[in-house]
Write a protein that binds this ligand. Structure first.
Ligand code: GUN
Length: 299
């Protein structure tokens, strides 16, 4: 029996894209052409796919986009030099470096080099600090902001709720905890962040009103770890070889979908849940950066 209602990120993202498109049109009327640069280093097939999807969506919305693809042998200095060029280029409003990076390039050095006003990922220490302080003049990181937007769309209120986040990454777990902890209608939650050293993980999960799985372990969250009626968000994407179909693979999340369906009240599908929201927020941040540089827009 399927019990959970689906949190259709794809649908929420489509609505957000419409609003972003209208803002792009307004910028163009004022003579501003929103533009974004995506950097990809190395040949990771998943990263290639993600960057291609981001580029395509940007084009659909009328945002100029370019991809700078660099080989896996790229040195940190070479990448930082290219980033500095784009920082200086006033025609470019947003810069993104697709993660993960090859081992010889320090993620922190990259995040610190991107101009904070072009940092549409929200990874620069200044933007991370603003997020923690509740200062809206930064850029919210895209996956956490996308998850909050899904909750807002479906009228799911986190105020006073027990939220359990599995995973403490700088991209999802930590910034999501900051957003949900913040004062205000989109936050006000009691947040627990679990990680590889946490004890009693199933017990923590079972008391969650909102359970967010972002730890990168295929089907880690089983049905018996979910409270009846809980909101469950699956951020994970793992490609598994399918033993029933030799040579074939399938994508699974961090949540065992068919088990979770029977217990949760709300559940993100995978694909079609969080992924489309990350891209939608990224392009909304690009337009925000362009509006700010042109001295127009809501903030
Ligand atoms: N890799 C996985 N998620 C992300 C993201 O949100 N931004 C970037 N730049 N890389 C990622």
């Amino acid at each position: 029996m399927q019990r959970a209602k689906l949190l259709e990120g794809r649908v929420v993202a489509a609505g957000l894209h419409q609003r972003t498109k209208a803002r792009v049109a307004e910028l163009r009327r004022r003579g501003v052409e929103p533009a974004v640069t995506f950097f990809r280093v190395g040949e990771d097939p998943a990263s290639e796919l993600y960057v291609r999807m981001k580029e395509k969506r940007a084009k659909d919305l009328g945002i100029l986009s370019e991809v700078i693809a660099m080989p896996s042998s790229t040195t940190e200095r070479e990448l930082l030099t290219r980033l500095e060029e784009k920082n200086r280029d006033s025609r470019i409003h947003g810069i993104l470096v697709q993660m993960p990076l090859p081992r010889q390039i320090r993620t922190e050095a990259v995040c610190q080099t991107i101009d904070p006003s072009k940092d549409i990922d929200g990874f620069h220490p200044i933007n991370a600090g603003k997020l923690l302080l509740g200062d809206p003049s930064g850029f919210p990181p895209c996956t956490p902001a996308g998850i909050c937007e899904i909750f807002r769309h479906y009228g799911l209120v986190t105020a006073g709720a027990e939220v359990v986040i599995l995973g403490r990454s700088n991209i999802v777990g930590k910034p999501l905890a900051a957003l949900l902890l913040a004062k205000g209608p989109q936050g006000d939650a009691s947040v627990t962040v679990l990680h590889s050293q946490s004890r009693h993980i199933p017990e923590h999960c079972r008391r969650a009103d909102f359970l967010i799985a972002a730890l990168g372990k295929a089907e880690f969250v089983r049905g018996d770890m979910i409270k009846a009626g809980a909101v469950v968000v699956d951020v994970g994407v793992t490609r598994l070889l399918d033993s029933s179909l030799p040579g074939e693979s399938r994508i699974v999340g961090d949540v065992h979908f068919s088990e979770a369906c029977q217990v949760a009240g709300w559940l993100t599908p995978n694909p079609g849940g969080v992924g489309p929201m990350t891209i939608a927020m990224l392009l909304a941040n690009t337009v925000k950066a362009a509006e700010r540089s042109a001295g127009c827009g809501a903030d």
